[in-house]
Design a protein around this ligand. Structure first.
Ligand SMILES: C[S@@+](CC[C@H](N)C(=O)[O-])C[C@H]1O[C@@H](n2cnc3c(N)ncnc32)[C@H](O)[C@@H]1O
Length: 207
């Protein structure tokens, strides 16, 4: 599949699966996203599923490289009365000024960025001192576990079918090593997802 076709397929898949996505992650999105305020930069907003949970008076900037999501994002933003500034960017090169964001949101995105360290460096760069990165991500199972072995085996197929999504990344460690003053990350198992996507982290990191 060409890159373009893979992106269009993935945008279609995410729209078809939005109801399930909403159901699976509702309590975590609700818990985390209500804290956002001021200038909020969301990387990989996809279908705009998080709009529903965000306060209305934020300044929202979306960095979504897959333009097949842009029409649905505009529609969802308008339905939720969110003023949007939508950029075709990449988490590894966020087109936003240094120290200008109060919050950065990443939900189910750090599994897909080609380079997590580079993305965390960018997130750190654009956050104001005291600003927060909010995360909800599916992650690798513990080292040497049977599930980790399965994740390692399935990762090439997972990436091919889900637009570059990796199921075996130790995202918590990368966040903890990114220079944040404080991190508060919880581990959880999300039932109802694919078994190799079940281990998750959610929480935040403060610059
Ligand atoms: C599984 S979807 C998650 C969508 C949404 N955030 C959610 O919580 O349902 C992954 C999203 O990350 C985006 N993405 C992939 N690579 C990216 C990158 N390098 N920078 C920013 N976003 C990226 C995809 O286009 C897609 O919107």
């Amino acid at each position: 599949m060409t890159r373009n076709a893979s992106q269009r397929w993935f945008a279609w898949l995410m729209q078809k699966g939005e109801k399930v996505n909403r159901k699976l992650y509702h309590p975590y999105r609700k818990d985390l996203l209500s804290m956002a305020h001021g200038r909020v930069v969301e990387i990989g907003p996809g279908t705009g599923i998080n709009f529903n949970y965000l306060p209305r008076d934020i300044e929202w900037i979306g960095v979504e490289p897959n333009e097949a999501f842009h029409p649905v994002l505009r529609e969802q933003a308008s339905r939720n009365h969110i003023t949007l500034r939508l950029l075709t960017g990449d988490a590894q090169h966020i087109p936003v000024e240094d120290q200008s964001a109060d919050y950065v949101i990443s939900t189910l995105v750090l599994c897909s960025v080609p380079d997590q360290e580079a993305s965390l460096k960018e997130i750190y760069r654009i956050l104001k001192p005291g600003g927060k990165l909010i995360v909800l991500e599916h992650v690798a199972a513990p080292q040497h576990s049977f599930l980790r072995l399965v994740q390692n085996m399935l990762n090439p197929l997972n990436k091919a079918l889900a637009d570059g999504c990796n199921c075996n990344r130790d995202t918590a460690s990368v966040i903890k090593n990114a220079g944040f003053r404080d991190t508060s990350l919880n581990s959880l198992q999300v039932d109802g997802t694919l078994p190799w996507h079940r281990p998750h982290i959610f929480g935040y990191a403060t610059k």
